[in-house]
Ligand binder design. Structure first.
Ligand code: FAD
Length: 385
């Protein structure tokens, strides 16, 4: 059977994960083209700026929750068996491979902690985080060790808190790792910027005209000709990367005192990657410059919320800063688009996989598996023609 030529546009976590899964199937010849590649830092290239962690905010029963659910076992597997990928359990680096995760973690300082403040109850952030903040979220039986923390362990401003085992992904290691796994499987990579999706049909070479284009352009889907999805907008995320260490804890709060579009979260990256402190979620804001006032608020909030980070001083001046960063999350109203579209009458199809907002890593394998299923359907169709 002649292989199906697949041209993926985009080398963020969506494009690379989809390429990796497709490259495991000998029926497919895969080329990835992108304006930005792993190693680049550009505001419009969201993937390097993410923390990144697994903290589902998807609503129960939606496609998004199914994608998140399908992703967890694969991230868990990477953290267990492939330390070189830069995905690690919070605080459990030394855990032996043969130990059962579910039995191992009774240490509350080794997990992901979600704090809900009394004052955030009616806020937009709390509404957005509703499932994450729930005392009984849909993912409680998916992640290991989900539990409600004892009330007596909480400070007065906290209404309640939950904890579970989760991972943090060091994106500076994980993106190049994904690329290297693709290359090992024969995927070709090239730089290209497309004005129109049709340009991708003949872009690789005349002999290998694409049969399927996979659109993983993230925020680029808002402007790419032939797609121009007006429902795709940025949600600006500003972070600070510091050398201070978390001791294995990953914290997230239901809100801040500085407005609904600001956030407070802290996570330690694997393999000496430092600690990511966030953040913001500024919808419709395209500003790629670092706002130093916001940076100071981010650090002050973290110093107060997690005193151990600054040696108990609670002072932002005791952070040892590696760098500031701004990334634009590719938000799509109504959720990510994982969908099939016929591009032309001569049998070229598009599989869309974009618009993952603030969840591109935690939904990455679920979405990529769904995209691969669509490619498989086209392949069966083509074989019948
Ligand atoms: P991108 O990474 O933006 O990649 C898009 C690709 O398409 C790039 O290679 C680009 O060059 C290419 N492209 C676009 N247009 C064109 C064109 N016309 N021609 C050629 N190439 C093109 N997610 C989580 O799951 N957990 C987290 O903890 C988390 N934290 C985050 C924190 C911050 C501060 C930010 C900014 C994001 C965070 N996210 C998190 C969200 C996550 O980063 C995104 O959902 C994800 O990176 C989107 O990946 P993507 O591959 O779709 O897009």
């Amino acid at each position: 059977m002649t292989p199906t030529n697949i041209h993926i546009i985009g080398a963020g976590v969506a494009g690379l994960t989809t390429a990796l899964l497709l490259s495991r199937d000998s029926r497919y010849r895969v080329v990835v083209s992108a304006k930005h590649m792993p190693g680049d830092y550009d505001t419009e290239y969201a993937s390097p700026w993410a923390g990144a962690n697994y903290m589902p905010v998807s609503r129960n029963g939606t496609d998004a929750s199914k994608w998140d659910e399908a992703t967890w076992p694969l991230l868990e597997e990477l953290a267990h068996n492939h330390p070189e990928a830069g995905v690690h359990f919070q605080g459990q680096q030394s855990m032996k491979r043969d130990q059962s995760l579910r039995a191992a973690s009774t240490n509350k300082s080794s997990e992901c902690e979600i704090y809900t403040r009394r004052k955030d109850a009616q806020s937009a952030t709390a509404a957005w985080f509703a499932d994450l903040l729930s005392l009984s979220p849909w993912f409680k039986d998916i992640v290991p060790n989900f539990r409600v923390l004892p009330k007596e362990d909480l400070t007065r401003d906290i209404e309640y808190a939950t904890a579970f085992t989760s991972v943090c992904i060091n994106t500076a290691i994980y993106l190049p790792w994904l690329l290297s796994q693709c290359v090992k499987n024969g995927v070709k990579f090239r730089r290209a910027t497309f004005q129109h999706i049709r340009e991708a049909v003949n872009a690789t070479d005349a002999e290998h005209r694409a049969n399927v284009i996979v659109n993983c352009t993230g925020l680029g889907a808002a402007v790419l000709g032939g797609v121009a999805d007006e429902t795709v907008v940025p949600a600006r995320g500003q972070i600070v990367l510091v050398r201070n260490e978390t001791g294995g804890r990953m914290l997230n709060f239901s809100g801040t005192d500085d407005g609904d579009d600001e956030a407070c979260y802290i996570m330690g990256r694997a393999l000496g990657g430092g600690t990511v402190i966030g953040g913001s979620y500024q919808k419709g804001n395209w500003n790629g410059q670092v706002d130093m006032d916001l940076a100071n608020r981010i650090l002050e909030r973290a110093a107060r919320a997690f005193p151990a980070l600054t040696g108990g001083t609670r002072e932002a001046k005791n952070f040892d800063i590696i760098r500031h960063g701004v990334g634009l999350r590719p938000v799509r109203e109504g959720g990510a688009r994982v969908e099939l579209e016929r591009l032309s009458d001569d049998g070229v199809w598009v599989v869309h996989n974009y618009g993952h907002g603030g969840a591109g890593y935690q939904s990455s394998y679920g979405c990529a598996l769904a995209a691969v299923k669509l490619v498989d359907e086209i392949t069966v169709l083509r074989a019948r023609l």
